[in-house]
Design a protein around this ligand. Structure first.
Ligand code: SF4
Ligand code: SF4
Length: 338
């Protein structure tokens, strides 16, 4: 159902939402930028629509809201194990279409990848509703259209900020607050970006052969990538984590188990029992990530894992472009096939 709210009604809708939900959106985090006295755009709780930053892409994706960077799973106290609880109040998260598609990729990994679901992810994820922000322009590094992620229709609500008003398309009645009741419906169809400046062609699955894995392409990244992991932490679809047992006394019987985001680019990620490591070079790690994003996941689940948000290109301190890497891989696949 479509609704139109006047400028002076927008924050009343938000304050009604806040009675039942925490509301998260991209906001400027003062002083948190890479350089001194600079901001970074990441997800935070809002109290007014004026808090939201939409003219810059968020460096961090919305996954940090319901898949925390560091999460205590349980605490152990002598012979007792105490499972942690979470805030029961549900969340509304404002996302762009690419990120909503990215959330579906995370859902697949955590909830539909085998017989067991990840209960720690599930308990948080069940509390989240998504208000999708219409996105028709994108940013310089976006390539969502190439990845088929520019359109998302499985939102709980969608919104368009217009000069002097807010248009809403509400699918989940729980997001239709008091101010929307008995209000005449407005005609609002969400529009989507249809062309990005960056265009990417991933190689077709049948063209991804051993030749591509062995190709010299990856040596470039051995010399350029510094294995900082920023591309992974900013990615909406990266889901890897590591476990940490943290003890707080000398007897090792008091402490907690945490899971913490991990990165396939960072040294130590590929360490195995016996001291083995089969991906030591940074180029090999880049190959692993690339193939995971546009090949392995695709073979298993029928679509690219990468949604083309372009954040990895935005944050890489070595100016490594993932979109260019995919295009190079495709070009090599064509040459190998000739
Ligand atoms: S790999 Fe890069 S472009 Fe693709 S979803 Fe992750 S951050 Fe976005
Ligand atoms: S952000 Fe760039 S330098 Fe850092 S790990 Fe990723 S590709 Fe390598």
């Amino acid at each position: 159902m479509g609704f139109r709210l006047a400028e002076n009604e927008k924050d009343r809708y938000l304050s009604e939402l806040l009675q039942s939900y925490h509301v998260f959106a991209p906001v400027a985090k003062a002083g948190k930028g890479a350089f001194s006295d600079t901001d970074v755009v990441g997800y935070g709780e809002i109290e007014s629509f004026g808090d939201i930053v939409l003219d810059r892409k968020s460096h961090f994706s919305p996954k940090e809201v319901f898949y925390p960077v560091r999460e205590t799973l349980f605490q152990f106290l002598k012979d007792e194990v105490l499972e942690t609880t979470i805030d029961e109040k549900p969340l509304v998260v404002l996302v762009r279409p690419c990120d909503l598609n990215g959330v579906r990729r995370l859902d697949t990994i955590f909830l539909k990848n085998g017989q067991e679901v990840d209960t720690y992810y599930e308990r948080r994820r069940k509390k989240v509703k998504f208000l999708m922000v219409e996105c028709t322009e994108g940013f310089d590094t976006c390539f969502c259209v190439s990845m088929g992620s520019n359109v998302a229709t499985d939102y709980d609500g969608a919104l368009r900020f217009e000069e002097g008003s807010l248009l809403l398309d509400i699918k989940d009645p729980a997001l239709a607050t008091e101010i929307l009741r008995d209000r005449p419906e407005a005609d609002f169809q969400v529009e989507y970006i249809r062309e990005n400046k960056v265009k990417v062609d991933a190689p077709p699955l049948e063209a991804v052969t051993k030749d591509l894995f062995d190709h010299d392409l990856w040596t470039e990244y051995t010399s350029r990538c510094i294995a900082c992991g920023r591309c992974n932490t900013s990615c909406i679809t990266c889901s890897c984590f590591t476990m940490q047992d943290v003890q707080v006394n000398d007897e090792k019987n008091l402490g907690e188990r945490r899971r913490v985001w991990a990165s396939c680019h960072i040294d130590g990620y590929s360490d195995m029992a016996g001291g083995h490591n089969f991906r030591k070079k940074h180029g090999e790690k880049m190959r692993f990530k690339t193939m995971h994003k546009v090949n392995d996941y695709h073979r298993r689940f029928g679509e690219h894992m990468c949604v083309g948000c372009g954040r990895c290109d935005d944050v890489c301190p070595e100016y490594i472009s993932f979109s260019k890497c995919i295009n190079k891989l495709n070009q090599i696949a064509k040459e190998v096939a000739q």
